[in-house]
Design a binder for this molecule. Structure first.
Ligand code: AMP
Ligand code: FES
Ligand code: ZN
Ligand code: ZN
Length: 308
């Protein structure tokens, strides 16, 4: 297999694009594609400050790397959820994020220590809430809240996550299976700021297959944590990923078409009807917008927990 651009030995063959590229031209293509998606969806401009949510995994570290190489003003935020599980998962992923930041003095990394700030780790909150084996939804709530808080307090225009095509198609598949119309309405590569303290949210890697972001980190020598979250085992999103991967194997391009045709259908007006009855107000404790009766769901999580 030869590189389409120079004829050298190819490092990766992307069947769905009918494109093979070498270790020089694949990263070049990867940067061009990211730039194209940033433009296409008007995600942000070079003078806007971007906050990249970095988990220490390959996608978000690759995203931070690419945005810096493209010349964007990109800082990072790592949220330490206090997950140990006998493997030191959070501590090890934080180390990867911090090591990347140390190599990029032009960029700043904010580390949010959840147990230190709020008095409990995610597994502890989940235990107290009687969901010891399924902390994921509580964890997701905490991550979203804290990413928004740091973006708002730091004056960032936009919050970027490393979601790739495999993530987006697994989410889409789940949303379609259950016809979660509200979720489908909100699934998009860019979500506008809401004017009440929620930053614009973007997913510049939403069109890359996971193996493409993996190839990028490998070629650029980016060190990342390869483990999945220890609580992810058995999650339905992983089952959906496996199903879609089987379909992709049988028909290359399945994931890409599933996702891009969804975006086209949305552009044509599918799911465009306004939701009724989702009036938001500011949470009296943290100020973030919420549809809950009083305190937002995040603030209610910590009721009765002392940080002294
Ligand atoms: P996941 O939900 O684990 O697939 O992660 C999706 C995206 O959320 C990642 O690509 C990151 O951008 C972001 N993210 C996940 N976990 C963290 C974390 N602990 N701190 C900061 N960002 C995170
Ligand atoms: Fe939060 Fe797994 S429970 S990352
Ligand atoms: Zn080449
Ligand atoms: Zn609140």
């Amino acid at each position: 297999m030869r590189c389409r651009r120079c004829g050298d030995t190819a490092a990766i063959n992307m069947r769905q694009h009918r494109l093979a590229l070498c270790t020089v031209h694949f990263p070049e293509w990867f940067l061009e594609q990211t730039q194209r998606i940033i433009h296409k969806y008007r995600m942000f401009t070079p003078d806007e400050r971007v906050l990249v949510a970095v988990s220490g995994g390959k996608d978000s570290l690759a995203l931070w790397d690419v945005l810096l190489r493209l010349g964007y003003r990109a800082d990072g935020v790592y949220i330490d959820l206090g997950i140990d599980h006998g493997t030191g998962y959070s501590a090890r992923s934080r180390d990867k994020a911090a090591a990347f930041a140390a190599q990029h003095p032009e960029a700043h990394l904010t580390i949010v220590d959840i147990p230190g700030l709020y008095g409990e780790s995610v597994p502890q909150v989940a235990q107290r809430r009687r969901r010891p084996h399924r902390p994921c939804s509580i964890c997701g709530l905490i991550k979203r809240h804290e990413m928004n808080r740091v973006a708002f307090e730091g004056g960032y225009a936009v919050l970027a996550t490393g979601h790739n095509l495999d993530d987006e198609t697994a989410t889409l598949f789940g949303n379609v299976l259950h016809w979660q119309v509200d979720y489908l309405r909100h699934q998009f590569p860019v979500l506008p700021a809401d004017g009440q303290g929620l930053a614009r949210k973007v997913k510049p890697f939403c069109r890359f297959y996971e193996r493409e972001t993996a190839a990028y980190t490998l070629i650029q020598g980016i060190d990342y944590i390869a483990d999945e979250c220890p609580y992810a085992g058995g999650a339905t999103s992983l089952a959906h990923k496996a199903t879609l991967t089987q379909m992709e194997h049988d028909v290359p391009g399945t994931k890409m078409h599933f996702y891009t045709n969804f975006l086209k259908a949305k552009a044509a007006g599918l799911f465009a009807i306004e939701e009724a009855g989702s009036e938001l107000h500011s949470c009296p404790q943290c100020g973030q917008p919420t549809s809950a009766a009083e305190l937002c769901n995040f603030c209610r999580l910590w009721d009765g927990v002392s940080t002294d």
